[in-house]
Design a protein. Structure first.
Length: 565
RNA sequence: CGGGGCGUGGCGCAGUUUGGUAGCGCGCACGGUUCGGGACCGUGAGGUCGGAGGUUCAAAUCCUCUCGCCCCGACCA
């Protein structure tokens, strides 16, 4: 393509609203424009990059035998009511009514629609397995869209769904997807980590996320050199053992005036935080619960959710706490709370601990010598948030925690949708059994944005070759006829070889062409200019920022070689 | 939803405290000189200052309401 005929509105300055690098560069390089909060238009360069991503995805999905569909984005409410997600999705779902008042929504994901096809058409175990996918627009009314393309309200997703007879089949479909995803992200040039994840509102058991490490991301990933990696929401770690005073003592009231926080009590009583009990009060499905953590630990609410088997909970208000405990936060504890209608649950780190310190449920007082299992009882769960440098539960080495962006997610759904929507087949014995399902998603624009986050410099974007909008840019500086002819020859030859090539034939000064070239990030640039008089052209590799002078006759060969580097 | 910030030509901003009828840089158009790292000179176009209402002789500026966008938090398949 000729630059003079392409719409590439580059910007010299960074638009004020762009904070993260990928947003700034994609705007400046003329890939995207914003239409509203979390709503973006994709201009020709972005289309080219996204189409390359799509193509890679299609090839890899076909490779595992998946079949492409194209389903509606507009869904009748009844479908979502069947699975309960019409309510469950809450305000995150865009809802609308048609002219007759019928309720509809814009699809956030397509389990319901794909399952509705499956239940109507799949009759026999002989029809299984099926791997179905599509590349579709999704709508989510995010409470807070942000960071350019990283969190938006309309985006493109490759979503696929597997339908199997049994758990073994699901395992197979799931692993096929894992492999396909690895190949997709490898081919897109991304560095990523596969982490154990929560399945959240998708339902289901096993789930892994494909994460790209970047500070622009919103997730926290815990990882270890041994290969262990998990989303912070479900990460586990070991604890350095603590030896308590073994003596058998009874709780002892101690005056702790104005000492409320763990820190204050620790200093006041000269006792380490790890020997205190942190008491948190939550309201879980409208019933009060006392949650006990070690003094120096943080509660992980995802783990609480799993332990309580509900996501309906919130911290109690100060008034509620006073009514229940007769004291304010800062002086709370489990002793004497048995049988008062307050559920007591505790983190595993408190199990078998002796002679600890907790609030006395009386303002300005704490209790010494509180022993788990004797002075209070509790249901124990893993509720602790992993901290950086905790020992890895697999190998004991210190864990690393970093921010990351989720670009893909695979789930074993199990029977959640097939049961609620009655998608069944007859098994070999002629018995009707529900289909077991998996679902798998990749965010296309996120791949594009993640690549920019990962690969850029002060001058602009440095695209991985596989998803660059063009692979080669011919920067024509000279105005002489023979230079133009050379440019044209190279351009035609590359096109004939199927190499995407952009010819900068604009009537612009060299400086402008060079700056724009680096901004849009094309991997290989050929400059035809003043060196041409000595029969030379220049080849510039964007990633290494390396300039090579080569004979004009060899230009084509050298370009191909540069692409291979 | 809570907290904070910002809306002034296409982009980046000043002007708002102290009301007096809108300015700078970039970009854009035309002419000329330039032409290897975002050129220079000259001329010019382009803004009901997010919107509505109010105060005032007079509002970008003060007051009320409202809309939009960004950031932090809450939330997040």
């Amino acid at each position: 393509m000729r630059w003079s005929q392409l719409f590439i509105p580059t910007l010299r300055e960074v638009p004020a609203e762009a904070e993260v690098v990928s947003h700034q560069l994609l705007l400046r390089a003329g890939f995207i424009r914003q239409l509203g909060a979390g709503i973006y238009s994709y201009l020709p360069l972005a289309r080219r990059t996204l189409q390359k991503i799509e193509r890679i995805i299609r090839e890899e999905m076909e490779r595992i035998g998946a079949q492409e569909f194209y389903l509606p984005a507009l869904h009748p409410a009844e479908l979502w009511q069947e699975t309960g997600r019409w309510t469950e999705m809450g305000d995150n779902m865009f809802r609308l009514k048609d002219r007759t008042g019928r309720e509809l929504c814009l699809g956030m994901t397509h389990e319901e629609v794909f399952t509705s096809i499956a239940r109507n058409e799949l009759r026999s175990y002989r029809d299984l397995p099926q791997l179905w996918y599509q590349i579709q627009v999704k709508f989510r009314d995010e409470p807070r869209p942000k960071a350019g393309l990283l969190r938006v309200r309309q985006f493109t997703m490759k979503d696929s769904y597997s339908f199997d007879l049994d758990a073994n089949g699901l395992e197979k479909s799931y692993r096929l997807h894992e492999q396909a995803y690895r190949r997709i992200f490898d081919r897109c040039g991304l560095e990523y980590t596969v982490v154990q994840a929560e399945s959240g509102a998708m339902g289901g058991s096993e789930s892994e996320e494909f994460m790209v490490r970047t500070d622009a991301g919103e997730d926290m990933v815990v990882s270890c050199a041994c290969g262990y990696a998990a989303n912070l929401e479900r990460a586990v770690s070991c604890l350095v053992p603590i030896t308590d005073d073994p003596a058998e003592r009874s709780p002892e009231l101690v005056h702790t005036p104005q000492q409320k926080t763990i820190q204050e009590v620790s200093e006041f009583l000269k006792v380490p935080k790890s020997r205190q009990i942190k008491s948190l009060v939550y309201v879980v499905e409208s019933k009060p619960a006392l949650i006990l953590m070690r003094g120096d630990h943080q509660l992980n609410e995802s783990k609480l959710s799993r332990a309580m088997e509900t996501d309906q909970f919130r911290p109690a208000t100060p008034d509620e706490i006073r009514d229940l405990f007769g004291a304010d936060p800062g002086s709370l504890g489990p002793v004497g709370m048995q049988g008062k209608g307050v559920a007591i649950i505790a983190d595993l780190s408190l199990q078998n601990r002796r002679n600890l310190i907790c609030g006395a449920n009386r303002d300005h007082y704490h209790l010494l010598n509180v022993t788990a299992g004797i002075d209070f009882t509790a249901a124990f769960y893993d509720l602790r948030r992993v901290e950086a440098a905790d020992p890895c539960s697999c190998c004991g080495r210190p864990l690393d925690i970093f921010k990351a962006l989720e670009v893909g997610h695979i789930f074993k759904l199990g029977y959640k949708y097939s049961r609620s929507m009655k998608a069944t087949v007859l098994d070999p014995e002629g018995k009707e059994v529900p289909i077991i399902m998996g679902s798998y998603g990749i965010g296309l624009e996120r791949i594009m944005a993640a690549a920019v986050e990962l690969y850029h410099d002060e001058a602009g974007i440095v695209w991985p070759r596989s998803i660059a909008p063009f692979q080669v840019l011919i920067t024509l500086l000279g105005t002489q006829e023979n230079q133009k002819q050379l440019a044209k020859r190279i351009y035609d030859a590359l096109n004939q070889m199927g190499i995407d090539c952009l010819l900068d034939d604009r009537d612009e000064r060299p400086g402008v062409k060079f700056k724009d070239a680096e901004l849009i990030g094309v991997p290989v640039r050929v400059t035809i200019g003043k060196k041409f008089e000595q029969g030379k052209v220049e080849i510039f590799c964007r990633s290494q920022r390396e300039l090579r002078e080569v004979d004009a006759d060899e230009a084509l060969l050298e370009i191909i070689r540069a692409l291979g580097d």
